[in-house]
Structures are given as C-alpha cells and as structure tokens.
Design a binder for this molecule. Structure first.
Ligand code: SAM
Length: 159
C-alpha cells in the first residue's frame, strides 16, 4: 500500500519543510509517504461567498483528479471525527489489511475543502475544533502518520 498526502498550496517556511522532510525520510523504510502539492487558487481581495466557493471548487477538481477509484480517502476537516493516535494507527493497519492500493490524506487550502471532496471522502479526521494553518497542519499530520506506523510496529516511540 502507498500512503499519499494531497495538499493545497506551496510550503514556504523553512522550519516546516525541514520537519516534514525528516518524517518523510524516517518513513522511507516503512510505508513511504508521497506528498502531492497542488497550486492554490488566487483568492480575490474581499472575495464574496460565491467567489470563495469557486476557489474551493477549482481546488477540489485538482484534488479529485489525483484520487483513483478504490483509493481510501481521509480528509482533514475541523468538524470531522476526533481520533486518537491509536485510532489513526488502526485506520492505516485496516487499509493495509484490506488490500487498499492507496490511502490518501487531503488537507484543504486556506478556505477549506469543497463539499464535493467531503462527499467522495471515506473518513473525515479532526485534530480538534481549533483551526490550524494548513501548512502547519501538514507537519502535524505527517508526524501522526509516522507515529501511526511506529504504533503498528510496537515501537517505544509512542508512549
Ligand atoms: C485554514 S484551514 C481552513 C479553514 C476553513 N474555515 C475550514 O473550516 O475548513 C485549512 C485546512 O487545514 C485543515 N485543518 C485545519 N485545522 C484543522 C483541524 N483542527 N482538524 C482537521 N483539519 C484541520 C483542513 O483540511 C482545512 O481544510
């Protein structure tokens, strides 16, 4: 099985790039993580609700173009399901056991994800009701995917 992470927007901060690269490297000998970075849409200044929806729809098209039939799609959503690290580890293990080809995580852009992405998703994962910047969310999620794999290996990394 492959684990993929689809993200909207280019990562700018060096400290985030370095943190993510470290966990990606650590996972290279386990289930490796492929990060697919999509260009974000320009948000017009003082964008109306309709313009914001159009941005999300356009980002959704690019996201869903990278998702294949049979992929298990886990989106990051503030109002989604609260999960423990052990729950995430079980999600990864189950996907592997059931022969899933790709377990795909998605983090939305600064406006979030369009409804069409929610409809396609198999799980909506919440990291709490607070809003995290999507770029920081990327680092936090990558660490949790690493942690999930360490849990599944019975490693002392997870205490
Ligand atoms: C800046 S947030 C978007 C905020 C937008 N108002 C919304 O409700 O989705 C960008 C992305 O980061 C992710 N995100 C941010 N905070 C999160 C949290 N607490 N739990 C899960 N995902 C989160 C989501 O994928 C979201 O689409």
């Amino acid at each position: 099985m492959k684990i993929k992470l689809i993200v909207v927007g280019k990562l700018k901060e060096k400290y985030l790039k370095e943190g993510i690269a470290e966990y990606v490297k650590r996972m290279s000998t386990m289930l490796p993580l492929e990060i697919i970075e999509l260009a974000d849409e320009k948000i017009p200044e003082n964008a109306s609700a309709k313009e914001q929806e159009a941005v999300k729809e356009s980002e959704a098209k690019k996201i869903l173009a990278r998702v294949q039939e049979g992929d298990k799609l886990a989106i990051l959503a503030i109002q989604g399901k609260l999960m423990s690290s052990e729950d995430l580890a079980a999600t990864v293990k189950n996907a592997e056991v059931y022969g899933t080809r790709n377990l795909v995580f998605v983090i939305g852009g600064s406006l979030g994800l369009a409804d069409v992405v929610y409809k396609r998703s198999d799980i909506q994962i919440s990291f709490g009701r607070m809003t995290l910047p999507h770029q920081l969310m990327r680092l936090v999620l990558v660490e949790q995917i690493y942690r999930a794999q360490m849990i599944n290996r019975g490693s002392a990394y997870h205490k």
